[in-house]
Design a protein. Structure first.
Length: 584
């Protein structure tokens, strides 16, 4: 998304406006000339939105990080070849200092939704806020390499200089963060520090006060019911289709807040939603039946490929208020036993209708070349689980069939997931049922998603939860290990998140070391080899028990156009760019 100039040349201010970013025709199955502007796409969300603030938002699919930021970043990956191309940058950067310095010219003529010019100050301020630990950004770890900060410097209003502490394979991913308005967030930060920033853009903030760089901005919000975003007209001034028409095409996208996935399926079958993420065979069968009966006009493409999400159970190592559980969760034998208890095939058959794959590692199934077959797999084996628990002293059962320690205390813990996510609720129930067969009492309690996220992200020596069943999305195919997940101290280093951010085990230290080695290795083959070592260490430690992944299915209402060509569809890039989506 940006171009690099030699430093001396980059310091020269340009008075001409750069050409707009043209969305390639190859990214859409429909000719740009046939696309129509206008209309509303009907979407949905399982949990109500938590915030409009891009610096405090932590959940995937949020309004600020997914929709207000849509179409932004200095570079973007071309789905036809995985290469990075200039987006908000005028051209590719000038690289120097052994691959550690990138000088980038910003595309001129870009504006925020309030009409203010987007300039270098916005990138500098955004990086500063993300890096400030007091702000609490979920993206903070992305702005560091081996715990050393990446510096972002303004050379002139339309020239940026990025200095990495060491070469980074994911440099283009890192530099492609969304710039937020300095005249809004920077002003608040200069006047009131991090505390002022974290208080901004709550759900009660008037839509007129939301200033965005991306394709969509807020139109209206009704708590617990509906959110509507609308086209940012300023975005179309520098983003056009292959025919030269401004983007995005849609006037609005609405989100109904629904109580669970079954309610979403019912709304989709009734033709009230335009998109839906099919969970498994039962969903696919119901959708196909409705299409065949003529009651639903929709397109259905089952089993497009493996998915780019994961489901897992994490155990809390930071429970100083309950030393017995803390000792239990920190014991690798316990976690390996829990992996043996996870009946992944039953999960696939019962929760996903047979359409899915067993998962043992953090790398998403879609990234096949990164998965190591040699890494340990603690497969479903209740006898093996019982043996490991016996080694820990759990050799006797009480009258209810649960294992007890030498003092008669039952081996039990509470497992939470987000209520309304019927797949995760099924996964949790299956796990709890098999745990009971092994003599482990699992109190499975689905709770509100936002409360769950708060517990997961909490730092400290006495965090509130026992175990959480959730999933992750995001990441990239350059180095598919999360900078906020793998290294100690990362915001999503979920199992061990003390205030000081320190590792507790040598294996954690090794995983952290391998993560940084891989991120700094620019040779792809060498990077994959490091990644497989990282998977070996992760699998042995079992800090997180991975479960099962659904296959990637695609379905959408026939009134939608603008999906990507069929040969480009996969779980990483998806099946459509909503910026190029239109109503027929």
């Amino acid at each position: 998304m940006k171009k690099a100039f030699a430093l001396a040349f980059a310091l020269m201010a340009s008075t001409s406006l750069a050409a707009p970013f043209v969305y390639p025709q190859a990214w859409s199955a429909d000719p740009a000339a046939s696309a129509k502007r206008g209309g509303e796409l009907r979407n949905w969300t399982l949990s109500d939105f938590k915030t409009l603030n891009p610096f405090t938002s932590k959940e995937s699919g949020s309004l600020p990080t997914t929709w207000f930021a849509a179409g932004t970043g200095l570079f973007t990956q071309d789905p036809t070849n995985d290469k990075f191309i200039p987006d908000m940058a005028e051209s590719m950067p000038v690289v120097s200092n052994g691959g550690k310095r990138f000088v980038v010219k910003i595309r001129q003529g870009m504006k925020f939704s309030d009409g203010q010019a987007i300039t270098a100050d916005d990138w500098v301020t955004t990086a500063t806020l993300h890096k400030d630990d007091k702000v609490g950004s979920n993206s903070r770890d992305s702005f560091f390499v081996a715990e050393k900060p990446i510096t972002v410097k303004k050379l002139d209003n339309y020239t940026l200089q990025f200095d990495f502490p060491s070469p980074s394979a994911t440099a283009y991913v890192t530099m492609s963060y969304t710039p937020w308005p300095d005249h809004v967030f920077g002003k608040a930060y200069r006047e009131g520090g991090a505390a002022a920033v974290t208080k901004m853009w709550g759900l009660s903030t008037p839509a007129s006060q939301i200033v965005v760089p991306g394709a969509y901005t807020l139109d209206s919000y009704q708590a617990g019911q509906r959110a509507v975003i609308k086209r940012n007209e300023r975005f179309g001034e520098w983003n056009v289709d292959a025919a030269g028409k401004p983007l995005p095409y849609l006037d609005k996208i609405s989100f109904r807040v629904l109580e669970n996935q079954n309610a979403a399926l019912a709304a989709y079958l009734a033709g009230q939603l335009d998109v839906y993420g099919a969970r498994g065979a039962d969903d696919l069968a119901q959708i196909k039946k409705a299409i065949d009966a003529g009651s639903l006009k929709a397109e259905l493409f089952p089993n497009v490929g493996p998915n780019s999400t994961s489901s897992w159970i994490t155990f809390n190592w930071n429970k100083s208020g309950d030393p017995a559980k803390q000792k239990l969760f920190r014991d690798v034998r316990f976690r390996r036993a829990m992996s043996h208890i996870a009946n992944r095939q039953a999960m696939i058959q019962l929760a996903l209708g047979g359409l899915g794959s067993e998962v043992y590692y953090s790398v998403y199934p879609v990234f096949k070349s990164w998965i190591s077959d040699s890494a340990p797999k603690y497969k479903y084996d209740l006898d093996a689980a019982r043996k490991l628990l016996a080694e820990m002293g759990y050799t006797k059962k009480n009258s209810e069939g649960y294992l007890v320690d030498s003092k008669g205390k039952v081996l039990e813990f509470t497992l939470n997931t987000n209520s309304g996510n019927t797949v995760r609720e099924q996964l949790g129930r299956i796990f709890a049922d098999d745990a009971k067969k092994a003599g482990v009492k699992v109190n499975f309690v689905p709770i509100n998603f936002n409360n769950l996220v708060d517990m997961l992200y909490e730092k400290g020596e006495n965090r509130k939860f026992d175990a959480i069943l959730l999933g992750l999305s995001g990441g990239d195919n350059i180095w598919p290990f999360g900078s906020n997940v793998v290294p100690c101290g990362g915001a999503l280093h979920s199992y061990n998140n003390p205030t000081n951010g320190k590792c507790l085990t040598p294996q954690e230290q090794l995983m952290t070391k391998l993560f940084y080695q891989g991120d700094q290795e620019v040779d792809m083959n060498k990077r994959i080899a490091i990644g497989k070592k990282l998977l070996d260490a992760e699998a042995a430690l079992q800090p997180v028990v991975y479960l099962a992944a659904t296959n990637y299915h695609v379905t959408f209402n026939s009134r939608l156009g603008g999906e990507m060509p069929r040969n480009l569809w996969d779980a990483y890039y998806g099946s459509r760019n909503f910026i190029q989506t239109y109503i027929k």
